[in-house]
Write a protein that binds this ligand. Structure first.
Ligand code: ATP
Ligand code: MG
Length: 394
């Protein structure tokens, strides 16, 4: 079966009223970026749907890419035909032949061109008869396994069968931009994915502590960003040299507080990098109860150093639920590679689980401000794209 079109349905977009135009424009742009390796495709958008004109590109390869584009609710492989009932019936027959003959079908015709010589019911009967006479498929109008859809439009007709579910959500970018604190762990890539799914574009900040953390550990984070970049085209990763500040923290905090102070510093730096890059929120992979720094007391003590909103998409998820998503987005195997991150190296034996703001402040009685600014001044920004060779350093 030679498909020549893919029909894309928007789902959630249709509920967005006056913003709809922006959404569709963004979805079209994002889809175009995602399909960069298919130079012949053309994208045509209408007010309630979008068509990909394949122009000879492989339909199934294009489908694989479309599954990762947020804002697409579902899509179907389609054949565009002349408005000729025999051509339509033949296309329907060829399409259903790809299915198992034990399945039951129903033909559903829709006419937006009322001048077409047959009405919907006549089209249904004509196409169904063509299938019944030439195959062993049977009809079930109440509970069909396959719906053969025929659409008669003013300029042409479409025939389609399978509905493939898309990634859902909103097109990345319609919801503004946020800065994700990206570690090499399991949680923050999942938090990134869920953020992009709500239509929010992301940049990432990663705190590196060489030589305590290795080049391989950083490479792993960039590989995670590469996986995530498939959802939005490219991702900027700001790598912050964190070693000096981290060592200084240990000189000033007692046994129990270094992690709390370290995270307060991370938040301070993240807020400034976010502001300087027009990000309106910070995102991280914190989940209540997972580790000492993720109690509500800790979150309060850490969060109090900044005013920018902090989004925690996985805050109420069980680890197993997070792992399921990590596997679904193919970041899990990378995340469990055993490279030390800056938290694991400096973890004290008995970190405080109920820190207070007052106590934390008492360990910050030194000039951390200038060290924070040094961290930011020495930050390297790397642009990551889905294909390795396209990434660059600037
Ligand atoms: P993850 O699996 O995402 O690493 P975690 O369970 O290990 O999370 P923590 O190490 O306490 O939890 O970190 C909580 C969150 O803080 C992470 O999800 C991430 O958003 C952020 N974070 C931790 N370490 C770093 C780092 N080196 N660079 C950037 N962000 C970090
Ligand atoms: Mg971690």
């Amino acid at each position: 079966m030679e498909y020549n079109h893919i029909l894309i349905r928007f789902g959630e977009l249709t509920t967005k009223g006056k913003n709809k135009k922006d959404f569709i424009r963004r979805l079209k742009e994002n889809t175009k970026h995602a399909l960069v390796n298919f130079p012949n495709v053309k994208i045509e958008s209408q007010h309630d749907r979008m068509f990909i004109v394949l122009n000879g590109e492989d339909a199934y390869d294009v489908c694989d890419v479309l599954k990762n584009v947020f804002g697409i609710y579902s899509f179907s492989l389609a054949k565009k035909c002349e408005k000729n009932i025999d051509e339509i019936a033949d296309a329907a027959l060829a399409m259903i032949r790809e299915e198992d003959e034990s399945k039951k079908f129903k033909v559903v015709a829709r006419r937006s061109d009322k001048s077409f010589s047959m009405n919907s019911d006549e089209i249904n009967r004509y196409v169904a008869t063509r299938i019944l006479v030439n195959s062993n498929f049977k009809v079930d109008v109440h509970n069909p396994d396959i719906k053969v859809q025929v659409e008669i439009r003013p300029d042409c007709a479409y025939v389609l069968t399978k509905v493939i579910m898309g990634a859902g959500g909103y097109p990345v970018g319609v919801g503004g931009k946020a800065l994700v604190m990206l570690s090499g762990g399991i949680d923050s890539p999942v938090a990134s994915y869920l953020t992009m799914k709500r239509g929010i574009e992301i940049e990432c900040v990663h705190y590196a502590s060489p030589p305590y953390t290795s080049d391989r550990a950083q490479e792993k984070v960039l590989e995670l960003a590469r996986k995530l970049s498939g959802y939005q085209g490219k991702i900027k990763v700001h790598v912050v040299p964190f070693t000096d500040l981290q060592l200084e923290i240990y000189k000033h905090a007692n046994e129990a507080y270094p992690i709390t102070i370290m995270r307060r510093m991370m938040y301070r730096i993240a807020e400034r990098i976010a502001e300087r890059n027009n990000c309106l929120a910070i995102v991280n992979g914190e989940s209540v109860g997972q580790v000492a720094s993720q109690t509500l007391e800790s979150m309060n003590t850490i969060n109090s150093v900044i005013t920018m909103p902090v989004l925690r998409p996985v805050v109420t998820y069980d680890k197993l639920e997070i792992i399921d998503i990590a596997k679904h987005i193919d970041t899990y195997e990378l995340s469990i590679q055993p490279f030390e991150d800056c938290c694991t190296i400096f973890t004290p034996k008995n970190p405080v689980t109920k820190p207070t703001i007052k106590k934390a402040q008492s360990f910050e009685n030194w000039d951390y401000e200038s060290m924070i600014e040094d961290c930011i001044a020495n930050t390297t920004t790397i642009v990551i794209t889905p294909k390795k060779e396209n990434s660059n350093l600037f």
